[in-house]
Design a binder for this molecule. Structure first.
Ligand code: BMA
Length: 319
């Protein structure tokens, strides 16, 4: 535990849970998985960086979510099809939400187009076949996650457009759609904070929002520039349950950051990057990419996260 931070998350002793050696084919790295519970098993939709440098998505399944991973022999979403030119440079960082009224999972992922990264959506009922809905938001935009239910009569998504203006940080926005295809009502939700803070360079949603009686708990990654390098840590905020465009709380301190060897050393040092979590009773299981190289697990109590958010005096240092 880093001095001054509360031990809200505990690393699993078996970390890293998955490395590139777990794959049945050669690749460079496996990281930043989306997560779903499917047929009583934990399913990770893993970002795999192929040896050519472009990424695709491959499923891994485990009964206990910790060991004995069964990894598919081939990707389920991969670049290379002329039908999906927006994925020309790769498919990255999936965030999976089970949408209650559709009774299917919707995956928000980064499609790396020749014009830059954009937000694409795909749906599935079984993680065997997928239906691409295509680009939802144009470049540059990434780090998108859907809410599991409609807000009013619209679907709702968090995402992170990147401003073209030099020196301007990238913030989390919220947008709405009647049909998952047309998106509008765009609003700035959570800004990166001013220089000096741990989340000053850019921020993006980490995992899909989690509904609680007190509001939507959101976990986001915050990036700070350290000389020529960056450090990726995680922060917490709470959004109003009926109107998630309203931020109720935001912690000032990060709640999880790179400390373990696999988080400090890798293709991109000092990165913890979750794209999904599962709730089992009060236990949160947070799966995250470590240093853009492998996959690790940390657990936390949802009650403790909520208590920490509610104890925080107000919205915190919003900017
Ligand atoms: C972000 C994304 C992630 C990556 C992170 C750290 O911009 O590209 O896929 O894990 O940077 O390098």
């Amino acid at each position: 535990m880093m001095a001054g931070t509360m031990a809200l998350f505990q690393r699993h002793p078996d970390n890293p849970l998955l490395t590139v050696q777990a794959l049945p084919y050669a690749a460079n790295a496996v990281f930043n998985p989306g997560v779903a519970e499917v047929d009583g098993e934990t399913l990770l939709l893993m970002r795999v960086e192929a040896l050519c440098g472009r990424s695709h998505l491959t499923c891994a399944r485990s009964r206990d979510g910790i060991g004995d991973w069964r990894v598919d022999s081939a990707p389920v979403l991969a670049p290379g099809s002329k039908k999906y030119p927006e994925e020309a440079w790769g498919v990255e960082d999936p965030r999976i939400t089970f949408i209650e009224d559709l009774a299917e999972w919707v995956i928000a992922y980064t499609a790396y187009s020749e014009c830059g990264p954009l937000v694409s959506l795909a749906t599935t009922r079984d993680f065997l076949s997928f239906r691409r809905l295509g680009p939802a938001l144009p470049p540059e935009n990434k780090d998108a996650a859907l809410f599991p239910r409609r807000i009013g009569d619209r679907y709702c998504m968090l995402h992170r457009p990147a401003p073209a203006m030099p020196g301007v940080s990238a913030h989390i926005w919220i947008s709405y759609s009647p049909d998952l295809r047309s998106w509008g009502g765009h609003r700035l939700l959570l800004p990166a904070r001013v220089p000096g803070f741990w989340d000053s360079a850019k921020i993006g949603i980490a995992t899909p929002p989690l509904a609680t009686s007190e509001g939507w708990v959101i976990l986001y990654h915050g990036v700070r520039r350290m000389g020529a390098a960056y450090i990726y840590r995680l922060g917490l905020a709470l959004l109003d349950l009926d109107d998630p465009s309203h931020v109720i709380r935001r912690l000032d301190n990060w709640v999880f950051g790179p400390e373990a060897h696999c988080e400090r050393i890798g293709d991109t040092p000092n990165v913890v990057f979750p794209c999904g979590w599962l709730l089992d009773g009060d236990e949160i299981r947070l799966y995250y990419g470590a240093a853009d190289t492998c996959i690790a697990l940390a657990t936390a109590s949802l009650d403790k996260l909520l208590a920490c958010l509610l104890d925080h005096p107000c919205k915190g240092g919003i900017r």
